[in-house]
Design a protein around this ligand. Structure first.
Ligand code: SAM
Length: 340
């Protein structure tokens, strides 16, 4: 079964934010306040939402936040998700679980608590992890995250994930002019030394402080030009639905990716929907409204009624974002309260 929006885009990729609390206060994301705005739900509620969406065609689930590893019970939740089976991609149409594909279950984390959780998460059925890390220089890292001594924890988390076999292991770096654009080449070296894929992300206007301007964005072209000063890059062909453009270094050692939603938008191939920590569906990061799936559940909706609700919501998925255009309207939530 496929879930398709009105522009013909298959919706296969679900992101669930399991809390909007975060233990970091990254300058491009948070104001520096402590609190969560929306709270979170019992894991059983997310599990039911996931089960219904998987039965409708979702094949990938990514847990995010806030910081998802702050939630007690995350390992058990992954174990429960891993019991779900994705509809078979070869179109056999079989209803037997043994004929279906395992779900791809990924996690986006700041890595601070990952060192102790990587192996339990892998054992529970987690397939992949992406660690956010915005500097390879410890002092710069502290300046960006506004939390002391985080760098060593995150590095230990990355190495523990690699040992646990959470592969491919990706490290995401948001570049913001004036903060960390000088980290581009050091991250190229890091990718080669640590054997991870480093992906640079263009800064989007989703921050709590509303500091974004076009000039704060370090673009794909700039990143490529800077990296080429270090070593030549060779582009790797990528699937159209992949958000990142991929490159390897000319000697075959190390891979980097660039996610360029501002300078090279990929909305036409977007396959994602998101569920916020308080159970709302968001059809685009830049949506100005959300759709209350949890309220439907509280009102006693059956699984079939939830499916109808979801199908209606998917038809409202936005065609594209309008970043940098005169008619741009800021999203109704910032990144930390959506789930990136
Ligand atoms: N706490 C987890 C983490 O740090 O990965 C998960 C949530 S965090 C909101 C998810 C991702 O969104 C991180 O990679 C973060 O760097 C990115 N992010 C946050 N604000 C952003 C912005 N304004 N533009 C681009 N990426 C952003």
């Amino acid at each position: 079964m496929t879930l398709t929006d009105k522009f013909g885009r298959p919706i296969t990729d679900l992101r669930i934010s399991i809390t909007d609390r975060c233990n970091y206060k990254c300058v491009y994301c948070r104001t520096g306040n402590e609190g969560a705005l929306y709270g979170d739900l019992p894991f059983d509620d997310y599990l039911r939402m996931a089960r219904v969406l998987v039965s409708m065609g979702v094949t990938k689930i990514r847990l995010t936040g806030g910081e998802p590893l702050l939630r007690k019970g995350v390992v058990e939740f992954v174990r429960d998700l891993a019991q779900l089976r994705a509809p078979n991609q070869n179109g056999s149409g079989s209803d037997r679980d043994s004929d279906k594909d395992p779900l791809d279950i990924a996690l986006t984390t700041n890595g601070h608590l990952l060192a102790d959780l990587a192996q339990p998460l892998k054992n529970a059925g987690l397939t992949r992890v992406t660690v956010s890390m915005d500097a390879v220089d410890p002092d710069r890292f502290t300046r960006i995250t506004r939390v002391p001594n985080g760098y060593d924890h995150v590095l230990a988390g990355i190495r523990a994930a690699r040992r646990a076999g959470l592969w491919p292991l990706k490290v995401n770096c948001v570049l913001m002019r004036g903060f960390n654009e000088d980290q581009i080449i050091p991250f190229g070296m890091f990718a080669r030394e640590e054997g991870v894929t480093v992906r640079f992300i263009e800064f989007m206007p989703l921050e709590e402080d509303r500091t974004w301007t076009p000039n704060t964005v370090v673009t794909l072209d700039e990143i490529l030009a800077r990296m080429a000063e270090y070593r030549p890059l060779v582009e790797i062909p990528h699937a159209r639905s992949e958000t990142a453009r991929r490159y390897r270094f000319d000697d075959g050692v190390g891979e980097i990716g660039i996610i360029a939603p501002v300078s090279h938008p990929f909305c036409g191939h977007c396959s994602r929907i998101r569920i916020t920590s308080d159970g709302k569906i968001r059809t685009c990061l830049f949506s100005v409204w959300d759709h209350d799936l949890h309220a439907q559940m509280q009102q006693g909706a059956s699984d079939e009624e939830l499916e109808d609700f979801i199908r209606g919501v998917i038809q409202k998925k936005e065609e594209r974002h309008h970043i940098g255009e005169p008619d741009f309207v800021p999203a109704s939530r910032t990144m930390v309260h959506i789930g990136g």
